[in-house]
Design a protein around this ligand. Sequence first.
Ligand SMILES: Cc1cc2nc3c(=O)[nH]c(=O)nc-3n(C[C@H](O)[C@H](O)[C@H](O)COP(=O)(O)OP(=O)(O)OC[C@H]3O[C@@H](n4cnc5c(N)ncnc54)[C@H](O)[C@@H]3O)c2cc1C
Length: 260
Amino acid sequence: MTSLPSSVDVAIIGAGAAGLGAANALKESGLSVIVLEARDRVGGRAYTIQAAPDILFDVGCGWLHSADKNSFVAIAEQLNFVIDKALPPWRERAFRETFPQADRDDFFRSLDEFYERAWEASQKGEDAPANRYLEPGNRWNPMIDAISTYVNGCELDQVSILDMEAYEDTNINWRVRRGYGALVAAYGASCPVAPNCNVTLIDHSGKRLRLETSLGTLAADRVIVTAPTNLIADEAIRFSPALPAKVDAARDCRSASTTR
Ligand SMILES: Cc1cc2nc3c(=O)[nH]c(=O)nc-3n(C[C@H](O)[C@H](O)[C@H](O)COP(=O)(O)OP(=O)(O)OC[C@H]3O[C@@H](n4cnc5c(N)ncnc54)[C@H](O)[C@@H]3O)c2cc1C
């Protein structure tokens, strides 16, 4: 799509997994829909590159976590993307040569006990920073904290136990042979996307919404905003009149417990 329509029923901001999910869900609705994407490609944080002639590399997401419940598994099957069900390298297959079995058992016991303590505390409904549930003096604490930085995006002292426990993990993790990013891009291939279209303002003062973008102005009845919370917090997209409660909520997400 090269030019922007002047008016649609639904404008979706962002062509990542969430925006493309919304566009696919609206396909049979009879509504006119457009996905406005700032980048020149779809997928957002799902992005597969050809790193070398025989290496496909997922720059963003790579794992179908909780794969037995993950809706992208069925999408992959529909789109003929082969799923790799080999065990992930971080538990059973972790560093066999350099991480002796006895140490591994000890580490995973400590990790599981930490999660158990945090889970029990979270059941009381009261929030607390997750580092409080580390066993004082346990030699694996720095490693558990390091793992938090790539699971939660920050150290345990910045992670809320309620948020940590909200994550549903079935411990089944699969991969997409041709890349998760390639799968999300294929999922979006039939969606009406306007690339290179940066949305800067959502004016909701009138009867219809007015969106200001780098490709011009667009009227819409509804808007679905899927831009990352950080961008909402930074007011990269502005609302007129302002929506301070939503911006504050996005800022709270950033300061309370950040995930990716
Ligand atoms: C390194 C890394 C590894 C990850 N690994 C995993 C993993 O293994 N498994 C997993 O499930 N998840 C993983 N994730 C998380 C996963 O990638 C994201 O949760 C998911 O891709 C987010 O999708 P989204 O549609 O919500 O947001 P995004 O993918 O960020 O999409 C938002 C889109 O909005 C566009 N946009 C932003 N502002 C504007 C604007 N003003 N106007 C128009 N467009 C705009 C952006 O360009 C972007 O395309 C990982 C993330 C990263 C970064």
